[in-house]
Ligand binder design. Structure first.
Ligand SMILES: *Cc1c(COP(=O)(O)O)cnc(C)c1O
Ligand code: SF4
Length: 449
């Protein structure tokens, strides 16, 4: 890959590509009409957005269709099951009626488990006056998620994204809040919360002026319980110029300083799915700029077939992150939504990849935890595969639980080499997992095993 530093060191302006204009991308024009059509079929069901930085600096066009950055950002045929693919393909061949296409798309989307882990019903918090806060989620005691209405998109979309329904208009603005005041009110009512996590979409899509309003409201409220503001973002890897040359980059960095100068921890939760995303001079400079504000960068990614199911790559990625001053934090298991059948890796393989990568890095890289499933009862880590009394089992534990008391208690499931999610697992040494009864009684959730 040739890196065009001279061009890119000036102030690049963001150019986005979606379903509407992706055929204008010169590299895409080199693909066959059939390949472009396949992209269109998938892109009509699942969200698709790429930009000039990803296209020109991250994707190795000599390595497509296998290139991980290409698979990460461009729709792949296999992301739809065959029946769904054919349905949309037939529809596109027979009609150009937008409504009809949208109806078929929605029909397919509803079969892709758009709302996993009970996030619609179970995690929406309520103020004491009865107001439902659809722009927030509060699942784990100490940390609440906040979805500003202006961050309902990202600089580019990841093909595996579990938030995909937000981007195709299925729950437009469902998880979104305009005002920081309600957030502050909720934090006053819930002194157990120490962390607020700004998420989206990507909060770093917001103009600094907008983001600073939220931050000012939070910081100026001087809440004794609030210790940490977290930002969940993929901006470093999809648009590092947000912190380098965009017209509000300095202002954004000043907002970060405002947080840290006021004695709060600013945890920058950066999504990096592949080593390539850490390779350009611009991402390295952007990391330095963010760290210079006093923010700490932590990193996370799911383990994805076709993109990063490779222990060596993970070991190199964690080592590179430590070198750049970032703290490896989570390796996730692909969620049970959208194109899970395409990106999913079995729990057995995920554990093996995790272990093979983990053992290759120094202790400073072993801050990472995983592989972890963000499931309805909590974040469940696959600790390992062991044999107990002649029975092969998965050893599991909660890293986070709907009930904090579940955290860090080992439990066991029958070994199943094909299992890819918690729901596929059956309890070992008993009828039920230790948390199941409470999950059912308190939260009305029945496990499907
Ligand atoms: C992962 C997650 C968090 C944060 O968990 P940490 O382990 O503290 O990073 C908070 N809320 C939800 C719903 C999550 O999925
Ligand atoms: S950056 Fe996050 S929210 Fe945005 S598309 Fe990727 S996974 Fe989804």
């Amino acid at each position: 890959m040739t890196y065009q530093e001279t061009v890119w060191d000036e102030s690049p302006s963001l150019k986005s590509y979606t379903l509407a204009n992706f055929r204008e991308i010169p590299q895409i024009q080199k693909l066959s009409e059939q390949e472009q059509f396949e992209m269109e079929v998938v892109g009509n069901v699942l969200p698709f957005k790429a930009n000039n930085y990803v296209i020109e600096q991250l994707i190795d066009w000599n390595n497509i269709p296998k290139d991980p950055m290409y698979v990460l950002t461009f729709p792949q045929k296999g992301m739809l099951k065959q029946e769904h693919f054919e349905k949309m393909s037939t529809t596109l061949k027979n009609t150009s009626d937008k409504k009809e296409i949208a109806n078929v798309a929605n029909e397919i989307r509803l079969q892709l488990n758009p709302h996993p882990a009970g996030q619609m019903e179970l995690n929406v918090p309520t103020l004491k006056d009865g107001t439902k806060l659809y722009g927030m989620q509060h699942k784990y005691k100490e940390t609440c998620l906040f979805f500003p209405s202006q961050s309902q998109t990202c600089h580019a979309y990841c093909s595996f994204c579990f938030r995909w329904p937000q981007f195709v208009g299925m729950d437009e603005m469902k998880f979104a809040m305009k005002e920081g005041e309600q957030l502050v009110q909720y934090l006053i009512e819930h002194p157990e919360i120490t962390d607020v996590l700004f998420t989206g979409g990507d909060p770093m899509i917001m103009k600094a002026r907008m983001f600073s309003k939220y931050i000012e409201t939070l910081v100026e409220a001087k809440l004794p319980n609030l210790k940490t503001i977290r930002i969940g973002t993929k901006s470093l890897s999809y648009w590092p110029y947000k912190f380098l040359t965009d017209d509000d980059s300095e202002l954004m960095l000043d907002v970060f300083k405002k947080v840290t100068k006021n004695g709060l921890h600013l945890a920058f939760m950066a999504h990096f799915n592949h080593l390539t995303e850490l390779s350009t001079p611009s991402v390295k400079r952007a990391i330095q700029e963010v760290r210079a504000t006093g923010a700490q960068i932590r990193t996370q990614s799911p383990l994805l077939a076709h993109i990063n199911d490779d222990a060596d790559m993970w070991a190199k990625m964690w080592t590179k992150q430590v070198q750049l001053g970032c703290i490896p934090y989570y390796m996730f298991v692909v969620r049970d939504t959208g194109a899970q059948h395409y990106f999913g890796v079995s729990l057995a393989k995920a554990q093996e990849i995790f272990r093979n990568a983990y053992k290759k890095v120094s202790g400073l890289g072993r801050t990472v935890r995983g592989p972890s499933m963000s499931a309805t009862p909590g974040k469940v880590q696959v600790d390992g595969i062991v044999e107990i009394n002649g029975e092969k089992v998965f050893s599991l534990r909660f890293l986070q639980g709907r009930n904090e008391d579940w955290v860090s208690k080992p439990f066991f499931a029958k070994y199943d080499e094909n299992a890819i999610w918690l729901d596929d697992l059956k309890p070992a040494f008993g009828e039920k997992f230790f948390f199941e009864e409470e999950l059912e009684q308190k939260y009305g959730v029945k496990m499907s095993h």
